[in-house]
Design a protein around this ligand. Structure first.
Ligand code: PEP
Ligand code: MG
Length: 836
């Protein structure tokens, strides 16, 4: 338990404004080693947001949650102002500055609330010349703040009750208990953590500070003592009426027992009830149009027109997608435009047309030749571009043949469920959520660009489904349960009815989540989680606040380096970071240094050929070998840091040596630039870093867990391999144990932990991570409102016990089963929880 010390008290202080008082108490906190001096600004900012006057001449200023990194240890400091300082409409005489990393200060706060009812003691504390009196009052050792002798009941009947209300014994339950108690003749007391209070006084009950799940003792003495104990125990153990689990943003549809379904990978959540629409595969279009329709000149002209149409479509798509999602996603379409302009492709097509081929056949042959040469290059990065080449191939083909494409779906009157072998990113981006109720494909996985796009458009999607979906009859009414990754091809009429109703409820809850997106993420029992955004550039930064984000947990800075011929200069990077910080208007931003290698590459960054690029020179390994890349980036970051709160984090760190080398370079650069230090963090993405988290936590200021990479490296499953998509799950207990180790090590060293991998943006993932003790969740912008709303419907205590059980599961399926139905998994503790 936190103990309050005498050197944390400043007697006989004077201040003419509350800002002055806050500055003094912040200084006192800093002097006692609780906070960095910069925390003063955070306390002022917090006060500007909401007044911290508690009542009866006491104020409790504290900083913004996002500035917790400036707290070195949890502690309190008291400024005594005998003459008082104006605090809004009131006057404050005891200003209690709080620096809280965890919950250790809550006992003292409970005691402060207790003091509010003791006018005489308060008056003494506001004027005393002995700091020890204040210390004794806050530590609960002074006469008057401990249990009064008169409260002790000899020969009382006793029982113990567990506090059920989600927010503990706050005002409403305390009033109810006091009112009920007053109806009995017996003297009644409630005891918690060694303190006894009169149960007939609401204020005394409040001062106990008993949280949800606390065991409180009830004592009664008098003629109706037994009846009083029984009634009070029932009341303390009853959740408040409006605490019934609320509907969350997860749909609640359940198929009937006999319902037949086809399984795939849950790719974008939601529920769809719609008729099937198959899209013709490009190969079918091709076989129908291999014969040249006109002369070579006419075919060449057709090709030229289709090329122009395709390019302007891509331009428009880029514009649309960047307004709907993030720059990274939109960048795909810039890359596609470049590919469309590839001279090799155009010239090869024109040559084939001159030799008599139809424009369609010539184009697809050129596309396939290019795809084949990339596919056999032996380089995974180049091979990854095959999908892009085929994507632009299909686009131009559709424009040439006027065939059935995603773009023509708009003609349907009612939303359809798209079924096809595969969708390309550009086809997905073109989907109109008003017309496409969902899609189901044979190829693809949960981490692809298609998945990202589907989620950002809010279109339910299942990928990697059974081939049998391709033979389902056109127009058949089906149900897609995208949360479960299942397509129900023959639903009964009652299933259709219940799914439609569940869909309506889901839409309503999603709308509600959006309305409440600016509210903080507090679980039902009051635990706070920071919910921040993953972005790739300025467009994302501009949308953070509007999306309900409380800052940026991951800037994937490499996107500034991709799709160009040379690295951005220091000046260009500086301008970019500065613009992002300005757009964030004071919200914090975690800037991840260049993470090139693996599946991301830039032509001007020389990486020798590697058999396994994901196991090669990537992330910080590359930057330490090529400091000429990292140095300008760090200079730009430090220069921009005067614009707003920046934290710098290094990707793919595997050893403390790497972190030290990166930190040394950063420190050298910082001194050159001449700015104050910023927190330096480590991404936990490889098993070595998780296993040695306690070593890293001694020196790093914070951690951010990249579950995408951590999953691939823990399970040895390539994150881009569609065949492994169903197995490469962040919910695997092996991955969860790595996360638990990391959180435990970080907290032991007083450091905070975020998660910026995909798991943080999934509803169940976010819930489980909260239970594992993660402090911050960073996710794609469109996920923020949903995740916030989902967590608000859950209890932290339940999530903690859920996480403990998940860590004991034998495989990922067992974790999934636990998450989807905690009650069936034999836990009384979870009986109140909705499916998580
Ligand atoms: C991760 O690996 O989880 C992560 C956030 O980084 P990226 O996806 O950019 O590799
Ligand atoms: Mg990563």
């Amino acid at each position: 338990m936190l103990e309050f010390k005498v050197n944390c008290v400043q007697l006989a202080a004077r201040a003419s404004t509350k800002q002055e008082a806050i500055a003094q108490v912040a200084e006192l906190l800093a002097r006692n080693g609780f906070v960095e001096p910069a925390y003063a600004a955070s306390m002022q900012a917090r006060e500007a947001q909401a007044d911290t006057y508690l009542g009866h001449g006491i104020s409790i200023p504290h900083g913004l949650p996002g500035d917790r990194h400036q707290i070195q240890a949890t502690g309190l400091a008291v400024l005594q102002l005998p003459e008082g300082v104006p605090w809004g409409e009131e006057k404050s005489r005891l200003v209690v500055g709080i620096a809280a990393r965890g919950d250790e200060h809550l006992d003292i706060l409970a005691r402060l609330t207790g003091l509010l009812q003791q006018g005489a003691l308060l008056e003494r504390l506001a004027t005393t010349t002995d700091a020890n009196e204040i210390v004794a009052a806050l530590n609960g050792t002074s006469v008057g703040s401990t249990s009064d002798k008169a409260l002790i009941l000899d020969d009382a009947l006793r029982t113990v009750a567990v506090v059920a209300p989600a927010h503990g014994l706050h005002a409403r339950p305390s009033t109810a208990i006091a009112t009920l108690s007053r109806g009995f003749q017996a003297k009644i007391r409630l005891g918690y953590k060694g303190r006894l209070v009169d149960a007939k006084s609401m204020a005394s009950l409040l001062s106990l500070g008993a949280p949800h799940g606390a065991s409180v003792e009830i004592l009664a003495q008098g003629p109706d003592a037994q009846a009083a104990l029984d009634a009070l125990r029932t009341l303390v153990e009853t959740p408040e009426a409006d605490e019934a689990p609320k509907n969350t943003v997860r749909h609640d549809w359940q198929p009937e027992a006999q319902s037949f379904s086809l399984a795939g990978v849950a790719t974008s959540p939601g529920l769809a009830v719609a008729r099937i629409r198959h899209i013709a595969a490009p190969v079918d279009v091709l076989t129908e149009s291999v014969i040249a329709q006109g002369s070579s000149q006419q075919e060449a002209a057709r090709f030229a027109t289709a090329l122009e149409t395709s390019k302007s479509q891509l331009q428009e798509l880029h514009r649309q997608v960047s307004t709907r999602t993030d720059a990274a996603t939109a960048q795909i379409f810039l890359a596609h435009q470049e590919l469309m302009e590839e001279a090799e492709l155009r010239e090869r097509t024109e040559t084939l047309i001159r030799s008599g081929a139809a424009a369609t056949a010539a184009w697809m042959q050129a596309v396939e030749e290019l795809a084949a040469s990339l596919g056999t290059s032996g380089n995974a990065l180049t091979a990854g571009r095959v999908a892009d080449v085929r994507d632009i191939g299909n686009r131009l083909l559709a424009n040439l043949s006027g065939s059935m494409t995603v773009a023509t779906l708009g003609e349907s009157l009612e939303p359809v469920l798209l079924v096809t072998r595969d969708l390309t990113p550009s086809q997905t981006a073109a989907l109109d959520p008003q017309r496409v109720a969902g899609f189901c494909t044979v190829e693809g996985g949960a981490t692809s660009h298609v998945a990202v796009l589907a989620r950002s458009l809010g279109i339910p999607a299942v990928t990697g489904a059974d081939e049998a979906i391709l033979s389902l009859p056109e127009g058949a009414l089906v149900i897609l349960d995208a949360d479960a990754g299942r397509l129900h091809p023959n639903p009964s009429p009652s299933e259709v009815e219940s799914a439609l109703a569940a869909h309506q409820r889901l839409l309503k809850n999603l709308d509600q989540a959006w309305q409440e997106r600016f509210e903080p993420t507090l679980t039902r029992d009051g635990h706070r989680i920071e919910t921040v955004a993953n972005i790739t550039g300025l467009e994302g930064a501009e949308k953070v606040a509007e999306s309900g984000g409380e800052g940026v947990g991951l800037l994937r800075s490499e996107f500034l380096f991709l799709g160009r011929d040379q690295a951005p200069s220091e000046e260009e990077q500086y301008e970019a970071y500065r613009a992002m910080l300005r757009a964030l208007g004071g919200l914090p931003m975690v800037l991840r240094t260049l993470d090139i290698g693996g599946d991301k590459n830039a032509p001007y960054i020389k990486v020798p050929h590697e058999e396994n690029p994901f196991l090669g020179v990537r992330g910080i390994r590359l930057c330490l070998r090529q400091p000429e890349l990292l140095r300008p980036q760090l200079r730009a970051a430090y220069r921009a840091s005067v614009e707003g709160p920046v934290r710098i984090m290094f990707p793919m760190v595997t050893s403390i040596g790497e972190f030290r080398a990166a930190r040394a370079l950063a420190e050298e650069v910082r001194q050159e630039v001449g700015v104050p230090p910023v927190p330096l963090g480590v991404m936990i993405e490889v098993p070595a870093a998780a296993l040695l988290a306690d070593v890293l936590a001694r020196e790093a200021d914070f951690f951010s867990i990249g579950t995408n990479d951590l999953t691939q490296y823990v399970l040895a499953m390539d994150r881009g391999n569609a065949q492994l998509a169903r197995e490469a799950q962040g919910m695997h207990p092996a991955v969860l144990r790595m996360i638990a180790l990391t959180v435990e090590a970080a907290h032991r060293h007083g450091k905070w932990v975020g998660v910026c991998g995909g798991l943080a943006g999934e509803l169940s993932g976010a819930a489980l991570l909260t239970g594992l003790g993660v402090d911050e969740l960073s996710m794609a912008l469109p996920d923020i409102a949903r995740v916030k709303s989902h967590l608000r419907g859950l209890c932290h205590e339940d999530l903690k016990s859920l996480a403990r059980r998940a860590l004991e599961c034998e495989d990922a399926e067992a974790v999934q089963a636990l998450l989807s139905d905690p009650e069936k998994s034999n836990s009384n503790a979870l009986a109140r929880s909705p499916a998580l």
